[in-house]
Write a protein that binds this ligand. Structure first.
Ligand code: PLP
Length: 367
């Protein structure tokens, strides 16, 4: 009975009777992505995706949805390996990179604490914390960059994994590649370093920013990437890690998710779709300028971002400001502790950012 009631409430929450819902031509709109009338600038997605090539691939793959996707899995693994000049044993594909981050956290936290920046994308690593492992957070430096020297100083033999997000989320700041490279080499002598490169493709110089060359050299470095950001496939859940084969095998043993056929089809079709990637990067850059302009007009301090979001000090409670923006139809992020007055705004379509600009000005001026 309770189950029935819950189910009814759940389906009712979708805004239509279930039967009607599936028959409706707008069912995708009612179930996926932002609700009608909401501008979503809170999840660092790329609303210009999926690319036309990815959409074709998804449609074709769907006709073979009856079958387990083993061959596609091997094809995508081989493609990622080849593009990065790595053996296939170095690539671990999961359902979104959150999943591979959780697996790595659990795998290596068995040997000691996870050392990570005081403000970063820590959600998947908290899984290890829930299993009783320690997350050891090192505060950001005075410019809100990741404090690599402080992290290196904090390194002891009871550390099992070091996590660095580059560019960092939510700050958007990218580390100087040479500094990060020598940090990885030094720290790797004690514990593996996981470099989360979810936003790598959006940086000014993705090749120079990436630590994948250290993976090739066999250093104890794990690089994670995702198809959720520039590729515009967040809903299709494909992410991956690249690591020397032994570390990759350890992570693989701890993965709990399988990738799905449609996501892999889309990823295969998008991986080297240069026109779409260039177009998306260009839109992100234009968007960032618009958002920075808006903040500047109100003298709101911002950080230099190399990703598809901007972090700004709005000088007031960020959760309350988030609510006020949401009441006007714009979704942005609230507080990431301990930075209670900072908000993160993701890039949307340029027309959405025009709405942001207007709504931000109204809300900010209203006090
Ligand atoms: N890593 C970073 C730094 C992120 O910001 C995100 C998502 O926002 C992810 C990983 C996870 O993305 P996904 O699980 O969609 O691959």
């Amino acid at each position: 009975m309770a189950e029935q009631l819950n189910r009814r409430r759940f389906m009712g929450g979708l805004g239509a009777g279930a039967g009607l819902l599936w028959a409706s031509p707008s069912f995708a709109q009612s179930l996926f992505g932002p609700r009608d009338g909401i501008v979503r600038l809170s999840a660092n997605e790329n609303p210009y995706g999926p690319s036309p090539k990815a959409l074709n691939a998804i449609n074709e793959a769907a006709t073979r949805g009856a079958y387990y996707p083993g061959r596609a899995f091997r094809a995508l693994t081989a493609m990622i390996a080849e593009a990065n000049n790595l053996p296939v044993e170095s690539v671990v594909i999961t359902s979104g990179s959150s999943s591979v981050l959780r697996a790595a956290g659990v795998a290596f936290a068995q040997h000691g604490a996870i050392l990570l920046p005081g403000l970063t994308f820590d959600g998947p690593l908290r899984h290890a914390e829930r299993l009783g492992r320690e997350l050891r957070r090192i505060p950001l430096d005075a410019s809100m960059g990741i404090d690599l020297p402080a992290m290196q100083n904090a390194l002891k033999h009871d550390v099992g994994l070091v996590y660095v997000c580059n560019p960092n989320n939510p700050t958007g700041i990218a580390l100087p590649p040479a500094e990060l490279r020598s940090f990885c080499r030094a720290v790797g002598k004690i514990a593996p370093v996981l470099v989360d490169e979810a936003y790598n493709e959006l940086t000014d110089d993705p090749d120079a920013s990436s630590m994948v060359d250290l993976v090739r050299e066999g250093e104890p470095v794990i690089v994670t990437r995702t198809f959720s950001k520039i590729f515009g496939l967040a809903g299709l859940r494909i992410g991956y890690a690249m690591a020397p084969p032994e570390l990759a095998a350890t992570i693989r043993k701890h993965t709990t998710s399988n990738s799905n056929a449609l996501g892999m089809a889309a990823a295969l079709a998008s991986y080297d779709d240069e026109p779409f990637l260039t177009y998306s990067k260009d839109k992100v850059r234009q968007g960032r300028e618009m958002v920075l302009d808006t903040f500047q007009r109100h003298e709101v301090p911002t950080l230099p971002s190399q990703a598809n979001f901007v972090y700004a000090d709005i000088g007031r409670d960020a959760d309350r400001f988030q609510e006020a923006m949401m009441a006007r139809g714009v979704s942005i992020r609230g507080i990431y502790n301990p930075y209670t007055t900072w908000s993160r705004v993701s890039m949307g379509r340029l027309e959405d950012l025009e709405v942001f600009s207007r709504v931000f000005s109204e809300t900010y001026s209203a006090g």
